[in-house]
Design a protein around this ligand. Structure first.
Ligand code: ASP
Ligand code: MG
Length: 426
């Protein structure tokens, strides 16, 4: 039997009892004959608490020291989990990301994995131990400083180790039973997806589905590592993420559309730059300044302006966390570019329908707009591709909107499948 990587999120190791429960599951897997590598997140809300603590000390903690602080969260859970496994009579050794050979670039708080050299993990397995690795952290090859991969990065650690060690599967344990057709926290009738291709999963993840991050899915796709997303609370089989996904059924002239699920994202904000002069380079200047500050913008649109100063308004979405920085950058560009004003909306939401053949089947867009309209959700911006239709809307009615779209596309389940076992969403 092969090597299995298991990743447990913060909600699965929130307290001593949960750590013991997880330890039992790990020892069971070990006793079934597998070699087991475990990647663990910080207990419960530890990471949030540490960030808050840092902000009480200084509003802008340095990236290097913040990484030193946050990696302590995973050190606590990895050591406790190793102790719990040893208490059950099995051998375990815990390793920091750096000890496990997770080599990253030097970008603090959002480092990328460049290489994984898990010699010590391999040696621990050869000695018959379970290897426990702290998630979401590594060490920079150039600066030799400790880095973190960004929030939710433990999933990527797990997939990266699975790839480096040639694991047969990477199991991601969370507080729901798998990947659902919508977030089971707001759609009680969400349906569990048994198998989903990498591409579909990536679309869901990049549209705000919190169950897996897009970077992790992309890493798994590139290395061909199947991911099994499942609950550490129920023991039920979850969702297998891997392969190319479903074949579209042929139907008439055009192939019919497939609807995989509905994702939503409430972490965005929207900015409108009013009265941008219509000279070459003005729009490019604005987007370049944002890109230089590593602010990712999305769902951008140009429209005729009501301002006498310039013929166009430029609107775009961005992560709410980057809003203050973006507004500063735009203020500093105002004279140079010569636009009139900047408006912003802190509370926007995005709802996305993910599937295949979406753009070539006009009924899909029509049915989506009808469902949104019926529940009173406004439509501020739209982006369409064959794999996804995204709509920016106000955040007040987002839960109703997701439920309405889920029902309209026939995704509702009759059985009560969508159980949420813990609150944190990881
Ligand atoms: N503990 C980190 C976080 O909360 C990493 C993770 O959970 O994946 O973001
Ligand atoms: Mg966490």
């Amino acid at each position: 039997m092969g090597l299995v990587v298991q990743k447990y999120g913060g909600s699965s190791v929130a307290d001593a009892e949960s750590i013991k429960r997880v330890a039992r599951r790990i020892v069971e897997t070990r006793n079934a004959g597998h070699e087991v590598v475990v990647v663990v997140s910080a207990m419960g809300d530890t990471t949030d608490d540490l960030i808050e603590l840092a902000e009480q000390v200084t509003p802008v903690p340095s990236g290097r020291e913040l990484d030193m602080l946050l990696t302590a969260g995973e050190r606590i859970s990895m050591a406790l989990l190793a102790m719990a496994i040893e208490a059950l009579g099995a051998d375990a050794q815990s390793f920091t990301g750096s000890q496990a050979g997770v080599i990253t670039d030097a970008a603090h708080n959002r480092a990328r994995i460049l290489d994984v050299t898990p010699d010590r993990v391999r040696a621990a397995l050869d000695e018959g131990s379970v290897a426990i690795v702290a998630g979401f952290q590594g060490v920079s090859r150039t600066s030799r400083d400790i880095t973190t991969l960004g929030r939710g990065g433990s999933d990527t650690t797990a997939v990266a180790l699975a790839a480096a060690l040639g694991a047969e599967v990477c199991e991601i344990y969370t507080d729901v039973d798998g990947v659902f057709t919508a977030d089971p926290r707001i759609v009680a009738k969400a349906r569990k997806i048994e198998r989903i291709g990498f591409e579909d999963m990536r679309e869901l993840a990049s549209s705000g589905s919190r169950v897996l991050l897009d970077r992790c899915v992309e890493y798994a796709r590139r290395h061909g590592i199947p991911i099994h997303v499942r609950s550490s609370f129920s023991g039920l089989p979850g969702t297998i993420v891997g392969g190319a996904g479903r074949e579209r059924p042929a139907g008439g002239e055009k192939e019919r559309a497939i609807i995989t699920g509905v994702a939503h994202d409430t972490t965005g904000a929207r900015i409108t730059v009013v009265g941008v002069p219509d000279r070459p380079g003005a729009t490019a200047r604005i987007f370049r300044a944002l890109a230089d500050a590593e602010i990712t913008v999305d769902m951008s649109a140009r429209a005729g302006s009501t301002s006498p100063l310039g013929p166009v308004d430029i609107a775009f979405s961005l992560p709410r966390a980057a809003l203050a920085r973006a507004l500063d950058i735009l203020a500093s560009l105002r004279e140079e570019v010569g636009f009139e004003a900047v408006h912003h909306d802190k509370e926007t939401a995005k709802i996305s329908l993910v599937g295949a053949g979406l753009r070539s089947n006009a009924w899909v867009t029509t049915a989506l707009f009808a469902a949104l309209d019926a529940c009173g959700a406004d439509i501020e911006a739209i982006a369409t591709s064959e794999a996804r239709i995204s709509v920016v809307t106000g955040s007040e009615r987002i839960a109703e909107a997701v439920r309405a779209v889920h029902t309209a596309f026939g995704l509702d389940s009759d059985a009560a499948e969508a159980v949420v076992y813990a609150g944190s969403g990881r």
